[in-house]
Design a protein around this ligand. Structure first.
Ligand code: NAD
Ligand code: MG
Length: 395
């Protein structure tokens, strides 16, 4: 088979570096064709020297200039580009076979959409794309014949647990026709699942970012502690799997060994398990429908201390309920919630608000946002911007 050319959007981040690690395990099958990131020129220099991509792009002009100088001095032939337009062009490059969409936040929307519009095979990590622009994205996937493969570990687990007919119709799976009764989204419940509610006001950023099972960035770790991450994933799952509210179930599974499940009408439950390491879902999307090694250690059943399950309590996790209600209200609400949450989490990390204020700011921002129709990414970006201002005024 011809080597697959990968474009990695967000190559300097956590998902990006894990993707490069999977390429390193499979050099005869994959090539890092283009790398893109925000402003981390030093890490991009290292990645270019090691992987010799055709192109490297940084959003920040000065960082790109710095990168160009350093690569020239090192004799590296990688062509350096800068700015969002260049990142979007790389996402749609005719020689690219697969696009890893792993830019964090709203900055990932246009590049990811650019890959979809070019009809690419898109490995989707950027959850904000679906949280804010679900309808627009799914419609664009159909219109342009793109292939969407979910990287988020829960969605990847659900994807793997669905029948091939559903896998080939991501965004449009007729779940009930395929005998699926429920999509079961699992989440660890974060570090405070057993903490007394009376202690929640005093939770510090250090306590909140210490995730028991996964090693991730600060923002997503706080989202795991408030279960906003599960809320965002609930929205993501509804779009990806075309699931109605009554086809969804959220379960707390503290050990993070089962990464999510699918229930069928005959009583079968199919689950995907593994060690909590993002290289597994990344490798699965890169190789689908085949399999490749990822570098992840095999799951050792004898080291597991039992698998347990709890029902989520909305008093403990108000953000989860907020996200479910926001989906029902529409894309203006999910966009506003996501934007407010970014502001609130940042304020919490900087000790400007309490842990329990995060959900309050989010709820107030959604409530204050006037309902409106969202028909293009520009509408989304406008609501996103307004919600950020609103949330800041609520701090
Ligand atoms: P990260 O913060 O570690 O990395 C983000 C990447 O985006 C970096 O390479 C950064 O340079 C780049 N970036 C930021 N702004 C940019 C811009 N304007 N233009 C171009 N590039 C820009 O984030 P991450 O943890 O790797 O997460 C990436 C995405 O994947 C997020 O949407 C996240 O929700 C999702 N995700 C992450 C995980 C995980 O385990 N880390 C799991 C599931 C989903
Ligand atoms: Mg996840």
């Amino acid at each position: 088979m011809k080597k697959q050319n990968l474009v990695i959007l967000g190559s300097t981040g956590s998902i990006g570096t894990s993707t490069l690690s999977v390429i390193e395990h499979n050099p005869e099958k994959y090539r890092a064709f283009a790398l893109a990131g925000g402003r981390n020129a030093d890490l991009m220099v290292e990645q270019c020297v090691k992987f010799q991509p055709e192109f490297a792009a940084l959003d920040d002009e000065n960082a790109a200039k710095n990168l160009r100088q350093k690569l020239t001095a090192l004799g590296c032939k990688t062509q350096v580009l800068s700015g969002q337009k260049a990142v979007c062009e790389l996402a749609a490059h005719p020689e690219a076979d697969q696009i890893m969409a792993a830019i964090v936040g709203a900055a990932g929307l246009l590049p990811t959409l650019s890959a979809v519009q070019a009809g690419k095979r898109v490995l989707l990590a950027n959850k904000e794309s679906l949280v804010t622009c679900g309808r627009i994205f799914i419609d664009a996937v159909k219109k342009h014949g793109a292939q969407l493969l979910p990287v988020d570990s829960e969605h990847n687990a659900i994807f793997q647990s669905l029948p091939p007919k559903a896998q080939q119709k991501i965004g449009f799976c007729p779940l009930s026709e395929l005998g699926v009764s429920k999509i079961v989204l699992t989440g660890s419940g974060g570090p405070f699942r057993y903490t007394d509610l009376s202690e929640f006001d005093g939770i510090t950023p250090e306590q909140a970012v210490a995730h028991p099972n996964w090693s991730m960035g600060k923002k997503i770790s706080v989202d795991s502690a408030t279960m906003m991450n599960k809320g965002l994933e609930y929205i993501e799952a509804r779009w990806l799997f075309n699931a109605g509210a009554d086809e969804m179930e959220v379960i707390i599974h503290p050990q993070s060994i089962i990464h999510s499940m699918v229930r069928y009408i005959d009583g079968s439950v199919i689950a995907q398990m593994g060690n909590p390491d993002m290289r597994t879902p990344i490798a699965e999307t890169m190789a689908y429908p085949n399999r490749i090694v990822s570098g992840v250690a095999p799951l050792d059943f004898y080291q597991l201390n039992g698998l347990t399950f709890l029902q989520p309590d909305f008093n403990r996790y108000p953000n989860l309920k907020l996200a479910m209600d926001a989906f029902a209200a529409g894309q203006y609400a999910t966009t506003a919630m996501n934007a407010a949450n970014e502001i609130a989490v940042d304020a919490f990390l900087h000790r400007r608000i309490k842990f329990t204020d995060i959900a309050k700011v989010n709820a107030k921002a959604v409530e204050a946002m006037p309902p409106q129709r969202i028909s293009c990414v520009e509408d989304v970006l406008e609501v996103d911007c307004r919600a950020r201002e609103l949330a800041k005024s609520l701090l």
